[in-house]
Design a protein around this ligand. Structure first.
Ligand code: EPZ
Length: 420
């Protein structure tokens, strides 16, 4: 199994180009199930998760073609299977989102329940209730969801009891082909939702309000093909911005949407870095200024993202004072704390809060990644630490960061991948 080995203590300096967003790309891949025409996705990140989704779609009879460059073409001319087996769904939770499009296109589907994961139980009850509201009959059998809508789906007025990115996207993916109008209240407002709506609308769907709490979808009979460019990955961009702010130096991030990280920039500045925002790039600079403590509180968009909580904590381990990090989205997303502590951090976790008492320096250590964003926080800490850090279970990183060691290496980081 691969490890990442980092020789810490070198400031970062250079430019990093941001890839397409993983969390948008995998839902956009599922869009192909809604049409017998070609779906071409540009700015696709090359990641383990987009590969898993490609494998699942290929299993259903979709023609999946990678390249040239960062392009992927998906053609579901006809479907040979409407089953998503456990072996493929368990590798990536978001693949559960094929259920809605399969019902919408064929009136029937059998999709494995995704199960829990390292950051929490992560049920799919909201997804299933919304699909039932659209007229799907759902039964659970031996870990599978079996869904039928023989006469097709019909529009419905749905109010989510709390905000869920996945349930909002999943319901959109089913409602676009339903008869009549669907209204989603208390919908998620993430940029990835807007990206999905823009792609579906370019195929002929009638979605309005994406990016606001109320989304309206007028069902259409069929959807055509599309060429769509995946929105830049705001979490990847935020991760590198936080790494630069934690380690120090000057890094320019290009090919991103700085407006998608409106909650992050003021906090990085408050913590001691200079932040220069341009239309599609950002420069983060910290030369000698001490890191200052800042509290964060994760929230649904446009609040501070849970997917950047671990990386912010890594920065706060070196701040001159105490900060409080509150995680509101997932119940078990502090698995990086014991690992950061192995590197000399002083963190006390109490329920949904972590109290971080800044230390003068971190030291390198062998550590283990537990999930994707936790791994990124260990990279940041390793780059800032004195000495050598070895991060195991690199497959977590490969799920969501394209060429992370190459991108950081271009900025002077002493980082390499080692195969055992
Ligand atoms: C998406 O997960 C992202 N994943 C997550 O990124 C991200 O952390 C999360 O949104 C929040 O922004 C993808 O897009 C693939 P939710 P999702 O439904 O859709 C609970 C990463 O590292 N819930 O908004 O699964 C749920 O357990 C990943 O890239 C229910 O109880 O998140 C959680 O506590 C990790 N029932 C909360 O809602 C449901 O039916 C919000 O989850 C659905 C969700």
């Amino acid at each position: 199994m691969d490890s990442i080995v980092i020789e810490g203590g070198h400031p970062l300096s250079g430019e990093i180009q941001i890839s397409g967003a993983k969390n948008s790309a995998i839902k956009l891949q599922a869009v192909c199930l809604l049409t017998d025409k070609k779906v071409t996705l540009k700015n696709m990140p090359r990641l383990a998760d987009t590969r898993f989704m490609g494998q699942l779609l290929a299993h259903m009879g979709v023609d999946v073609e990678e390249g040239p460059g960062s392009q992927m073409t998906l053609h579901a001319k006809s479907l040979s299977s409407t089953t998503a087996p456990y072996d493929l769904v368990r590798k990536m939770r978001a693949s559960f989102n094929v259920l809605g499009p399969l019902i919408a296109r064929t009136g029937a589907a059998k999709v494995s329940l995704p199960g829990g994961c390292a950051i929490g139980a992560r049920p799919v009850d909201l997804h299933l209730k919304a699909l039932e509201a659209l007229g799907a009959q759902i039964t659970l059998d031996e870990g599978y969801v079996i869904a039928n809508a023989k006469d097709g789906l019909r529009g419905a007025d749905i109010t989510f009891p709390f905000i869920s990115v996945g349930a909002t996207e999943h319901t959109m993916l089913a409602a676009v082909l339903a008869k009549g109008k669907t209204v989603l209240n208390n919908a998620a407002r993430e940029p990835e939702i807007i990206d999905l709506a823009e792609c579906l609308n370019a195929m002929g769907a009638k979605i309005t309000g994406a990016g606001r709490s109320m989304i309206e979808i007028e069902g259409v009979k069929s959807l055509g093909g599309v060429t769509h460019s995946v929105v830049p990955d705001r979490i990847e961009a935020g991760t590198y911005a936080l790494a630069a702010a934690t380690v120090g130096g000057k890094v320019k991030l290009t090919n991103l949407r700085p407006d998608h990280l409106g909650s992050l920039w003021p906090l990085i500045a408050q913590a001691g870095s200079d932040v220069q925002l341009q239309a599609d790039s950002v420069i983060i600079q910290r030369n000698g200024t001490e890191l200052r403590p800042v509290d964060i509180d994760t929230q649904a968009y446009p609040g501070y993202p849970t997917d950047l909580q671990a990386q912010f904590m890594a920065m706060m381990t070196l701040a001159d004072g105490v900060s409080i990090i509150r995680e509101n989205i997932f119940e078990n997303r502090f698995m990086h704390c014991p690992e950061l502590s192995r590197m000399g951090a002083n963190i006390t976790v109490s329920g949904r809060e972590a109290i971080v008492r800044g230390v003068k320096s971190l030291h390198g250590a062998p550590v283990m990644a537990t999930d994707l964003r936790a791994s990124a926080s260990l990279i940041s800490a390793g780059l800032a630490a004195k000495g050598s850090t070895t991060i195991g279970r690199v497959y977590h990183l490969d799920r969501g960061f394209e060429h992370i060691e190459i991108k950081l290496g271009q900025c002077g980081a002493k980082i390499k991948r080692v195969s055992e």
